[in-house]
Ligand binder design. Structure first.
Ligand code: ADP
Ligand code: MG
Length: 728
């Protein structure tokens, strides 16, 4: 029988490509055609109903009962006009991806089939919640949970070749009111930062009554051929390759980044963009990434909760569109060892309802003072709550990436660029004034010149986990498969808390008679001093930084099991419980869910490593070893000279050694696992697993990869790195 790898190669070479799509319609024509936009609301609703709905949307309230029925009717009419047959509440449980349960519009009334969709069905649904993680918040006998429409995120139609479904973005709560999803805390954190930022803006007498955080998510991913993917059980079940020898050519040539996009990927991207545009995701940028077969897409930024929903939808669409092109997308943070992993860069800022970006310096010096207040507050927030922020991005997948000398390290630090660094340093230790120099502090400290300084802000540092990029912060350590909610909830919360502290301090100084600008500068200076240790402009990948960070007292928790502990800390309580985002019980439950999720994932990996190594790798290697032994026997019989078969002897021995190691390591790993499973606490088991079991992963891998280099190509069962990464 032919090696399935070679069959896959044949399949790839002879397969027909998906036909090009209709190119006659411009993106702006297609954009949001499957979204129930304000324009469509106006069309399908009476004026009063429209205004009432608009108010709910803008104020982020749940749907008014009074208008629920007419709104449901309008949505149904629109959706059915577009060919939808079903509806679903679309939500974000703590499993990580989105969840949906479809119901048909079909109903029977007096034996007559009708289409119906009531206000209650729009506003609320009761999915059987018992199989979603809750961290012990619900015992199974009261497993009910319900979903409710988040009107601030628009209703849309999900289109596939086989049918269309109306999707209603919702929150997901238990009957006793605890959040079971990512969205509720996110929305609460947005309300919190709104209030805190409006407080700051008031000090500067800016006219703004609302502040919304904005988010633009850059999504990195790999694409490999589905024929190879199907031959890699590890990719199918764990999302990453647990074995695989470095190819002769990896990414050493650095020739992929921004290179011309391979045609097949280009075809995929075009279709992905079109599908995104239909559901109102403003996807804008596409390019190759650093690693071979790695790509990136990014939309134009949006209000944070919408951007998060869209981020989830982009992942979903990547999956579905790729399938049509016989491609398998890999959204895991580290699908290939030794090759760059993938992240989801979260570009974050704050925007007033008057359209002002609070992290963008202004033309007038006073505006710059407001900018600096905001800027310094974010840095101080990251400094004070670095561990909670680190915990917010922790996952089994991201552990492979953070601190692997190719992605931002697990040590949280902030990069601001040399020019702003100098300004911060000057504010902290003002340079001496020249004699007769009669200028204001704003001029003297260079604050007035900030916009000029940032004009050519080419100062980029790709090694920083949290970087200022001219008019926004970019949180780069978020995992590629993550729901950005978790990171963004924490970021909003810690900045809101620190902003409140900032305004309180300034106001109390003003009350005691200090002039406003002077009071603001005092507090800015105080914050700069207190948060200095988190600022780092150098190479975040270097060993020197690790040492330096330790000296500075910054935390470094490279593994999830340890990093998650921060959710149980005093800082987490301050930022997440005292601010009302979680109850203590909810936060604890979340810790449990995340730990359990981590543990489940690494256990699946451990099972996979055992199974693949023992049932796939070892048999292939043993067969080859058997052939060698036959050759040795025959050679002896044929009277070959002693030295003539010495290489084959060594090879058979070497293979035997590897097989023995793989066997023994698997046995030891199984014993260790069984001991840990008796610990009875999810925390102890998680930490134990990460300290005592994970090292076996690398040790077994080393032996398997060695075998890959010894066993003949035609006998090796698993698609190799060079095939998956370079064959298009
Ligand atoms: P790069 O790869 O150089 O970091 P990209 O152009 O790929 O930049 O992505 C930048 C992202 O930042 C885009 O999604 C963009 O819309 C987003 N962005 C720009 N301004 C803001 C802002 N004020 N708030 C949030 N996101 C922003
Ligand atoms: Mg970026």
């Amino acid at each position: 029988m032919m090696n399935p790898r070679f069959q896959a190669l044949q399949e790839i070479q002879t397969r027909e490509w998906r036909a090009p799509m209709d190119k006659t319609r411009r993106p702006s024509e297609i954009f949001a055609e499957n979204v129930f936009t304000k324009k469509r609301m106006k069309h399908y609703l009476s004026k009063e109903e429209y205004l009432a709905l608009k108010e709910c949307i803008e104020e982020g309230r749940t749907l008014d009962r009074k208008i629920a029925d007419p709104v449901a009717n309008a949505i149904k009419a629109w959706a059915m006009d577009r060919g939808a047959t079903h509806y679903t509440h679309w939500f974000q449980p703590l499993t990580g991806r989105t969840a949906e349960k479809h119901d048909s519009f079909l109903n029977l009334s007096d034996d007559e089939a009708i289409d119906s969709f009531s206000g209650t069905e729009l506003a609320q649904q009761e999915p059987d919640a018992s199989s979603f993680p809750s961290g012990g918040l619900r015992r199974t006998f009261e497993a009910r949970g319900y979903t409710a429409w988040d009107c601030s995120s628009p209703v849309f139609i999900y289109e596939s070749d086989y049918g269309k479904t109306l999707c209603i973005p919702t929150i997901f709560v238990s009957y006793t009111g605890e959040a079971l999803d990512f969205k509720i805390p996110l929305l609460k954190s947005m309300a919190l930062i709104d209030k805190a930022a409006v407080g700051l803006v008031k000090i500067f007498e800016e006219d703004a009554s609302r502040v919304v955080p904005t988010l633009g998510i850059e999504q990195e991913y790999f694409l490999i051929d589905r024929a190879y993917f199907n031959l890699r059980p590890d990719l199918i079940l764990t999302g990453r390759t647990v074995f695989g020898q470095d190819p002769a050519r990896g990414q050493q040539l650095d020739d992929h980044y921004f290179g011309s996009i391979p045609q097949r990927a280009f075809a995929f991207m075009n279709e992905l963009e079109r599908e995104c545009h239909k559901v109102g995701i403003p996807l804008k940028t596409r390019h190759n990434e650093v690693a071979p077969s790695q790509f990136e897409c990014a939309p134009q930024f949006e209000p944070l909760n919408v951007a998060v929903d869209h981020g989830m939808l982009v992942m979903d669409l990547i999956d579905r569109v790729a399938e049509k092109h016989n491609l398998a997308p890999l959204l895991h943070e580290k699908p290939f060892a030794g090759i760059n992993g993938s992240g989801k860069h979260n570009n974050w800022s704050l925007m007033t309802d008057t359209g002002k970006n609070l992290l963008s310096p202004d033309v007038d010096p006073e505006g710059n003072l407001m900018f600096l207040s905001m800027f310094v507050t974010v840095i101080k927030a990251v400094h004070d709550y670095a561990d909670v922020l680190r915990a917010s991005i922790a996952s089994a997948g991201n552990d492979h990436r953070l601190g692997a000398n190719e992605a931002p390290p697990a040590i949280i630090s902030v990069f601001v660029g040399s020019k702003l660094s100098k300004i911060l340093d000057d504010i902290e230790n003002p340079p001496r004034r020249k004699r007769n120099e009669n200028v204001s502090d704003l001029m003297h400290l260079g604050i007035a010149e900030i916009p000029e300084l940032l004009k050519d802000n080419t100062d980029r540092n790709r090694t920083s986990p949290f970087a200022f990029t001219g008019n926004k912060f970019e949180f780069r350590a978020v995992g590629s498969s993550a729901n950005s909610s978790s990171a963004m909830t924490v970021l909003n919360a810690i900045v809101a808390n620190t902003l409140t502290l900032f305004t309180k301090k300034v106001e109390s100084k003003i009350k005691r008679g200090r002039k406003r600008d002077a009071a603001v500068l005092d507090v800015i200076k105080e914050f700069i001093t207190e948060s200095k240790s988190i600022r780092f402009e150098g190479d975040g990948y270097s060993e020197d930084w690790r040492k330096e960070a330790e000296k500075r007292g910054l935390s470094n928790a490279p593994k999830t099991a340890h990093a998650l502990e921060a959710f149980l800390s005093k800082q987490a309580k301050e930022a997440l419980v005292e601010t009302g985002i979680f109850t203590q019980q909810e936060l604890h439950a979340r810790y449990e869910v995340l730990m359990e999720n981590y543990l489940t994932k690494v256990k699946i990996e451990a099972d996979m490593i055992r199974e693949l190594s023992l049932t796939s790798v070892v048999p292939s290697a043993t067969r080859y070893q058997g052939e060698l032994i036959d050759i040795l026997k025959n050679g002896k019989d044929a009277g070959l000279k002693k030295g003539a078969l010495s290489a084959q002897t060594d090879l058979a021995n070497e293979i035997g050694e590897c097989i023995k190691d793989i066997w023994e390591l698997n046995e030891q790993m199984a014993k260790t696992r069984s001991k840990l499973s008796k610990l009875g606490s999810i925390r102890d088991e998680g930490i134990g697993f990460s300290e005592k079991v994970l090292p076996y992963f690398d040790q077994i891998r080393a032996q398997v990869d060695k075998l890959e280099g010894l066993v003949p190509d035609e006998c090796w069962p698993l698609p190799k790195y060079r095939e998956m990464l370079f064959v298009h």
